[in-house]
Design a binder for this molecule. Sequence first.
Ligand code: HEM
Length: 512
Amino acid sequence: MSLFQNVSTLITDVHYAIGLSFILLAIPSLYRIYFHPLSHVPGPWFAKVSPLFLWIICYLGIEGRVIRSYHEKCKTKVLRVAPNSLSISDSSAIYPIYIASGGFEKDVRYANFNLGPFVSIFSAIDTEYRDARAKAVAPLFSQARLRAACETNGVIKESVAEFVQKFQAYRAAASSKENGVVKVDMLDLAARLSIDVVTGYLLNERYGGLHENDSLPIATQIKKKLSANAFIFAIIGFSRFSLLPKRIFSLAYSLSNRLASNEEVDRSAALVHQFAEGVVKRSVGMSASEIDDSYQGRLMAFGVPPHEAVAQSEGIIFAGADSVSVTLSTILFHLVQKPAIHTCLLNEIVTDYQDRSKDPETLPYLRAVVKEGLRLCMANPTRYTRVVPDGGITVASVYIPPKTVVGCAAYTMHHDEEVFPRPFEFLPERWLEDGGDEGLRKPAMQRSMLAFGAGLRGCIGKNLAQRQLYESVVAVVESNVLEGARTVQERIEIIEWFNAEIKGHKLEIEWP
Ligand code: HEM
């Protein structure tokens, strides 16, 4: 055979191969666009043919804003975001998906959140496994126990008071430009408070976030970040892979760990692990009443072995500490940017809350501020995914067949312009009965709030988180520590992974 014949056979073979690949790709793509049981649901064509689009926006941390923009572009409440996955922006779907009869089952992506070999309350798909553990620890989140922790000598009360003292000391140093320090990072301070509250309240021993650098000069303290941060940010960061199928996830996770192996993360994870191991060790041999009083004690009394109790304790430290600190620092950030709101809040506290006889949640303006903070904070901005059971459901007149993965996202719900006009602005007044529209919007706003998720698999720590938020906002506002401050960043920018990351890991303020 001549060289010419060889080359022309090769070209023909390449043509065939390209043609064949094209057909192999085109057939499933055409099926997914025109014949799939979800072919009637609007969405961009590339999302219909492959999950790659969803994986990429998840990885890049832009899932919330991109999906919201496609809901608007396609003018639909039910959007196809992957061949078998939908985003829903209709608040009437929250009840059937998350609440009725315990809600739909979590989808397999939650297995990517397991604590290594252990399944957590959060990552469990099997509801029996989850319910047994959740039942063991549920009494710890009762309002009566929380109220006691907010009274004098209670762990929440004490931690919040120390947080404000630290804030005031940092302010004094930054105002006098001690050793060149001029800014205070509220996110870091809030993280220190939150880890101390969640550990002190649930594990009966404070991690020591607020005091870990007390021996250092104040200017050095201000510059240093919480020792558990690197561990927390590493967990947040790996959720960028959370939508991948388990096998690809494990591969991507171990590869990224190897490439980005980092001593700081290892040191930080070891510190949190040592702490959790310590509290579990000290719990072995506790009295019955002490067991009753701690998260790890209750889990072990239920039958969880100590090494699993260590992992579950690390899991709850992460779940509790990060989201509350993001929410608290978001609220404080807006109070700095809008001093008029700070003044209204202070007036309400001075007028109606001096004797501390009532529950802070009954103060209308304070409640509005906290609600608006929860709306905007985006601690968990993306879809809480669930699987449609047999029989399917109909949402906004769109039939959704069984086995479809569906989810509502706080980013889409909380930024719905029809429900929350000027959705990206911090406007607590919108929650007041006399907030300009006689409270007419309020029922729809309430229905659209998803900060803590909804139903049985909604946030187990909601009461604890809210208590800490109310106590801290009152204490900060009363202390006047924010007076005269201005924010260094103009706005809060987040990376929209399953747990949001505040860009740059800081929310700084200064006193010019
Ligand atoms: C402002 C603070 C918080 C926010 C915004 C928040 C948000 C959420 C959301 C949205 C979910 C449901 C996710 C889903 O359906 O996929 C959730 C679940 C959960 N949260 Fe929170 N959370 C906060 C504080 C806490 C605290 C303080 C704790 C515990 C100390 C906690 C522990 C959990 C656990 C264990 C679950 C899983 C519940 C289950 O699946 O049964 N969270 N949280």
